[in-house]
Design a protein around this ligand. Structure first.
Ligand code: SOE
Length: 383
């Protein structure tokens, strides 16, 4: 076998996403042996020395740092992977790009449109490889949906519907901010469900159904004050707990999106449905290996929703895994993102979504927030 080119990774942040990405690097090495590049877990960084050492040992990183600037300064790091809370994305990405590093950044791109713009500019100026981890695109059933839509089987598309429902913040005694709960602190996260969850739905929607022209949104913060973990004081909650919006896509279809952390009983229910003139598709994260498909061209005596178990070797990514009929999970979407990134180094093609593509998602998120605040329709200013 030809000797692999090594891609030295410097991971910054070792929370939940640090684990999903690390697992992605390790498994991509095993399951995509044909790729010319192989990721090397060179260094991991976190402010807490104990935490970062334990993480390095658990995942097999060669070295540790406690200051992210040290990762960027290191000559032996090729790619910087940003898994920090959102308030650090811009500063790290801009510095990494200026140092000529490739940049992989966890979603959403940033807290605000302004930060996002600066990041895109820095990446474009440096001309470095980049990608944003909108992982759900790379679940085989979702990628299959893309293939079916692109083949034209749905015909003209009328409706796009998506939900991302959770229930983990209902308890009014839950504090906000600080470790583990930064997603509830607007200063750190930028927004609530809009940036955290609707951004996933918007990324998938733009990928599958094209650009979004304008939006009309409502948002609510159900629990208005919570104790802040860092100050110990009861403070105003500034994130959106729930948000729903209507939109027009550029292709003339209508969109309906809803996300909340107050849907009792739902932990992470991401679903979408697309209705075209000839066929429809729907998908549900809780049954992620399946894609439901209805084709009006079927013989009417047997016509109905098919439940496609997307585990066959000729379906997206599945030739890499087990044998037909055996499913895969959430974590595989990250393995596939690593594999696609490595592949993009070989081909020279961009690894979608790039920073620039993720900027379009940010534009929609911003329009949604603005619309909810003003009670009016807002243009996304997107393509
Ligand atoms: C928390 O709401 C979270 O972990 C998000 O941050 C992820 O992006 C989503 O995939 C699952 O839920």
């Amino acid at each position: 076998m030809a000797k692999k080119k090594e891609l030295n990774i410097g991971l910054i942040g070792c929370g939940f996403m640090g684990r999903t990405h690390s697992n992605g690097y390790l498994r991509a090495r095993n399951f995509f042996p044909e790729l010319a590049y192989t990721p090397v877990l060179k260094a991991v960084c976190s402010r807490s020395e104990n935490k970062v050492k334990a993480f390095a040992e658990q995942w097999g990183y060669e070295s540790v740092e406690t200051d992210w600037k040290a990762i960027i300064a290191r000559k032996d790091i090729d790619a910087v992977d940003i898994c920090t809370p959102n308030d650090m994305h811009a500063e790290i990405a801009i510095a990494a790009a200026a140092a000529g590093k490739m940049v992989l950044c966890e979603k959403p791109l940033a807290r605000t449109l302004e930060e996002s713009k600066q990041m895109v500019d820095a990446i474009e100026k440096a001309g470095v490889k980049n990608t944003i981890w909108y992982n759900y695109r790379r679940l085989p059933a979702v990628t299959l949906a893309k293939k079916i839509i692109d083949s034209g089987k749905l015909g003209r598309i009328f409706h796009y519907r998506a939900n991302f429902l959770q229930d983990w913040t209902i308890n009014a005694n839950l504090p906000q901010g600080g470790e583990g709960l930064w997603r509830m602190d607007a200063d750190v996260a930028g927004s609530g469900v809009v940036g955290d969850l609707l951004s996933h739905c918007i990324d998938t929607a733009i990928w599958l159904n094209g650009g979004i022209k304008n939006v009309s949104a409502v948002a609510e913060t159900f629990v208005k004050e919570r104790m802040h973990q860092l100050t110990g004081k009861v403070e105003k909650v500034n994130i959106d707990d729930a948000c729903a919006f209507l939109c027009h896509f550029n292709n003339g279809s209508l969109g309906l999106f809803e996300s909340t952390r107050y849907a009792r009983g739902h932990k992470a229910l991401y679903t979408f449905e697309i209705n075209g003139e000839n066929a429809s598709i729907r998908w549900d994260l809780h049954d992620l290996n399946r894609l439901e498909y209805f084709d009006n061209a079927d013989d009417s005596t047997v016509r109905g929703w098919r439940s496609i178990h997307v585990t066959d070797g000729d379906q997206p990514y599945m030739d890499k895994w087990w044998v037909p009929g055996l499913g895969i999970g959430y974590e595989h979407s990250f393995v596939h993102q690593v594999a696609d990134f490595l592949k993009s180094l070989e081909t020279g093609a961009p690894c979608s979504p790039t920073f620039k593509e993720a900027y379009e998602t940010q534009q929609v998120c911003q329009a949604v927030l603005d619309s909810a605040a003003s009670g009016t329709w807002k243009d996304t200013q997107g393509k």
